[in-house]
Design a binder for this molecule. Structure first.
Ligand code: NAD
Length: 478
């Protein structure tokens, strides 16, 4: 199966084309595989109107009915797994099996939040006779959401799941570079009969769309996943209107490898995880701080497993890593690796573009990279692991915390006192010990510092899509 779907806007329950469009490129071949419509301002106004009226319908829909519809749409996505995965691999480049897993993860986000829709409990505050104080959680209102290109289906799923489960309507601007995942989501909701206006999907010029939507009085909340720079810009726009934001931004995840760990297993797992999605994951393990006693063994292990990564077109069987998703990423990774080498870093494997067609880059390991290299401060967002020795856990924690980011962090150790020190001192929204899995639908995910604020998933995931209303009721007038 290699067909790519026709891409449309979805406004007020209807599919729409547009006068202007943009090309969608297969990063493995650089061929144009589709065209994504560009929403003009009149279309955005229609989406705003639809979201306003969709909200009135959806907020009155019981949580049980909302959960039922969301669950049915998720089931449809699961049944369309291969069709959706096919689109994802074509537009993004990731291996087909990873794309299949992404569809399942996206469906799980919907299923988890659908369950949570029925558990947005309030509370009764004790008071004197004849008086009742009740805390209610109510949907905040129409949401403007912006999802990135690295997970074409599961990233939009996070936003749509949270908003719809909480009882909000949403206008989603998904990535123009990888638009099909979001189109498949809208299709599933359309097919299960979501009321018009509850979910609206637009594409276009990102800066124009965010400016237009966030400035509207209709929009009551802004959700964004992407770079810290764009997150800061959108937070500024939202603050002009006192609109709350949920920001999932960049990371540069530290991995602390202690001397007591199973070094071979840690190195193997690190190599596989660092190259997943060609490293284009905000929680990718990137900065390895390895105790000097086990440094050589760890570096050998991660280098040999990384060098063995099978790279190729994601549609081919057995491929473990596809191309980078766009030409900007390829250029950035090449530049960052060259700069690291100029600064004195040592390449132990990889470091170059593969071929001349497609945005393929070798799986790469850099060692002994000095802090003055750009890659020690900037998230590579590509297939690069940076491995440096440290003399103690305290030094590792200090170096882990030295950047303005605080999204995911990892540790490999079996010592309870080491774990305790990491839990208390590592600055990250998500800390994982002896596993490189940073988040699941049931665990709250989000950052500290410049990695953003707010949480998606877990019980916390719906909080940002809801407002607290405290109601005091006295039986007689006082
Ligand atoms: P970018 O900063 O240009 O864009 C990041 C995302 O924001 C894209 O999806 C883009 O469409 C969107 N965007 C850009 N300007 C916008 C605007 N004014 N309004 C609304 N949306 C806007 O960077 P890029 O080249 O696409 O990606 C590179 C960097 O972005 C990476 O290095 C990484 O740090 C970050 N990124 C992070 C995630 C994540 O999951 N946190 C995902 C994708 C990209």
């Amino acid at each position: 199966m290699t067909t790519y779907p026709e891409l449309k806007l979805y406004i007020d329950g209807d599919w729409r084309s547009a006068t202007d469009d943009l090309p969608v490129v297969d990063p493995a071949t650089e061929e144009v595989i589709g065209r994504v419509p560009v929403a003009d301002q009149a279309t955005l106004d229609d989406a705003l109107e639809a979201a306003a009226s969709g909200f009135e319908t959806w907020r009155r829909t019981s949580p049980r009915d909302r959960a039922g519809l969301i669950g049915s749409a998720a089931a449809l996505m699961r049944s369309r797994q291969d069709e959706i995965a096919n689109s994802i691999t074509l537009e993004h480049g990731k291996p087909f099996t990873e794309a299949q897993a992404e569809v399942v993860r996206g469906a799980e986000f919907f299923e988890w939040d659908a369950g949570e829709a029925m558990r947005t409990y309030g509370r009764v505050i004790p008071s004197g006779p004849g008086v009742k104080h009740v805390v209610n959680h109510q949907p905040i209102g129409p949401v403007a959401a912006f999802s990135p290109w690295n997970f074409p289906m599961s990233q939009p799923a996070r936003k749509v799941a949270g908003a719809l489960a909480a009882g909000c309507s949403i206008i989603l601007k998904a990535s123009e570079e990888t638009p099909a995942g979001a189109v498949h989501i809208a299709e599933a909701f359309h097919d299960v009969g979501l009321p018009p206006g509850v979910l609206n999907l637009v594409f276009g010029i990102p800066a124009d769309i965010s400016q237009h939507l966030i400035s509207s009085d209709v929009i009551r909340m802004v959700a964004f996943t992407g770079s810290t720079a764009v997150g800061r810009h959108l937070t500024g726009l939202a603050s002009d209107h006192m609109t709350p934001v949920l920001m999932e931004l960049g990371g540069h995840a530290p991995v602390i490898v202690c001397e007591d760990t199973d070094v071979a297993a840690a190195a193997e797992s690190s190599a596989v995880r660092a190259m997943r999605n060609a490293g284009q994951v905000c929680t990718s393990p990137t900065r390895f701080f390895v105790h000097q006693d086990v440094f050589d063994q760890f570096l050998d292990g991660i280098t040999s497993r990384t060098a063995a990564t099978v790279v190729g077109d994601g549609m081919e069987t057995g491929v473990e890593m596809g191309p980078l998703a766009n030409d900007r990423r390829l250029a950035d990774v090449i530049e960052l690796v060259a700069d690291a080498c100029d600064a004195g870093g040592e390449l132990t494997t990889g470091g170059r573009r593969i071929g001349t067609t497609g945005y393929f880059h070798e799986p790469t390991v850099l060692a002994h990279v000095p802090d003055r290299a750009r890659i020690m401060q900037e998230e590579p967002f590509g297939p690069v692991a940076i491995v440096n020795p440290v003399d103690s856990l305290d030094t590792a924690i200090e170096r882990a915390n030295s950047l303005p980011f605080g999204l995911a962090a990892y540790g490999f150790t079996n010592r309870a006192d080491y774990v305790d020190r990491m839990v208390n001192r590592v600055e990250a929204g998500n800390l994982s010990i002896n596993t490189l899995e940073a988040s699941l639908p049931e665990t709250p995910f989000g950052g500290m510092k410049s990695s953003g604020y707010g949480r998606e998933g877990g019980t916390e995931g719906l909080h940002h899509y809801m407002v607290v209303k405290s109601v005091s009721h006295s039986i007689s007038i006082v």
